[in-house]
Design a protein around this ligand. Structure first.
Ligand code: GLV
Ligand code: MN
Ligand code: MN
Length: 374
């Protein structure tokens, strides 16, 4: 926020804690162009997932200011709250409130594992703003652009510096509980126990067989798993775990969902779906602007579908959206070793800047700005 204020940008914070920094254009009646991503991370997250998109938007705006480029539309940099959904599930919650996928009450009422409310935490850290967190159709958005690392190995293997994102695959999240009976680990013979762990073993095997049966584009992840009360010499009374399933095709995702529910039901596990983010397709004109910018600056690109969820998914419900990917080393993300080279970051920032200039209808954009060199 200090960097944005130094550039003379006007800062507002919305009711979900998302931060906006606005550079005024010449015509306040025109729709704003938004660009950004998120600054929250994962338990062992790296320095690029989210941060890249916010800083690159700031750098692009900085460049427009440095070059004295006049433009008619306002530009707004945005950092969305809680994209990751680690402490407060689900993911993309503030952009979801903005895009109308969730109500404001739902967003603020998310609770963490200790029962603490997101809305209360925003107040406690001084981040509960007063700007409406919900998109207002009377203030339309011309386009939303998000630069991000790919977070997988596809782009790096293609050898191309830029990914033009056609859309994002569908995601569903579940909380699963298997209930047994707590008892001492020693005295109770195996056949007299109600131990949820053998059920867990069968369930996991069935789930992984299921995802394999749905082909190479299907994904399943069990990322959180806990036995309660969590003592090595007590047979657990409950086992809880999470399921994340993904597929680019809505019909196959629905078949996977039915399989998850029937496998859990057959084995006596309680399964509740807590998040459903359908596959999305981004805006053709915004995609064309990204491709034109990449071509103008001489970067070959790959058209691709995003495996990860992004704030752009929910913003696309209310505005035309495009995303730009750059490769990350070995496709590793959600880990501290996440890395993209200065050259890769530079290419992404250049394509973001070039796309912004096109959408701003700035004449001779290519002549007015020299692409960044790292
Ligand atoms: C969101 O970041 C996701 O892909 O889980
Ligand atoms: Mn991200
Ligand atoms: Mn992430």
């Amino acid at each position: 926020m200090a960097w944005c204020k130094d550039l003379g940008l006007q800062i507002t914070v919305d009711q979900m804690g998302s931060i906006f920094a606005r550079k005024k254009g010449l015509n306040p009646d025109l729709p704003v162009i938004l660009s950004g991503s998120h600054l929250d991370s994962q338990p062992s997250g790296g320095r690029f997932d989210g941060v890249l998109g916010v800083l690159a938007a700031l750098e692009a705006v900085h460049t427009i200011i440095d070059h004295g480029i006049s433009h008619h539309h306002d530009i707004e940099i945005v950092s969305w709250t809680n994209e990751e959904g680690v402490r407060f599930a689900p993911a993309m919650v503030a952009s979801g409130v903005y895009g109308g996928a969730f109500t404001l009450e739902y967003g603020l009422d998310r609770i963490d594992a200790d029962g603490i409310r997101l809305g209360d935490e925003l107040k406690r850290i001084g981040c509960a703003g007063d700007r409406s967190a919900v998109f207002n159709p009377e203030s339309p958005v011309k386009a939303y652009l998000e630069l991000h690392i790919e977070q997988g190995p596809v782009l790096e293997r293609s050898g191309k510096p830029i990914g033009v994102v056609a859309g994002v695959q569908g995601i569903r999240w579940y909380d699963v509980t298997i209930t047994g009976n707590e008892t001492h680990a020693g005295p109770t013979p195996m056949h007299l126990r109600q131990d949820p762990v053998p059920v867990l073993g069968k369930l996991i095997a069935r789930l992984y067989d299921m995802v394999t049966a749905h082909g190479p584009d299907a994904r399943l992840t069990i990322g959180e798993l806990a036995a309660s009360p969590g003592s090595r010499n007590t047979v657990p009374g409950t086992v809880r775990f999470t399921i994340d399933i993904r597929h680019p095709d809505a019909t196959i995702l629905e078949y996977m969902h039915r399989d998850v529910v029937s496998i859990c039901t057959e084995l006596g596990a309680h399964c509740s779906k807590i998040w459903d983010s359908p596959p999305v397709h981004f805006d053709q004109q915004c995609i064309a602007a990204v491709e034109a910018a990449a071509t103008e600056y001489g970067y070959p690109f790959l058209s691709m579908v995003s495996g990860a969820g992004h704030d752009a998914v929910y913003v696309s419900r209310v505005a035309p959206v495009a995303m730009i990917f750059i490769p990350c080393r070995d496709g590793v993300s959600h880990n501290e070793s996440e890395f993209s080279t200065p050259e890769q970051v530079t290419a992404g920032a250049n394509v973001l800047l070039g796309t912004l200039l096109r959408l701003l209808n700035v004449q001779d954009a290519g002549q007015q700005t020299t692409p960044f060199s790292h």
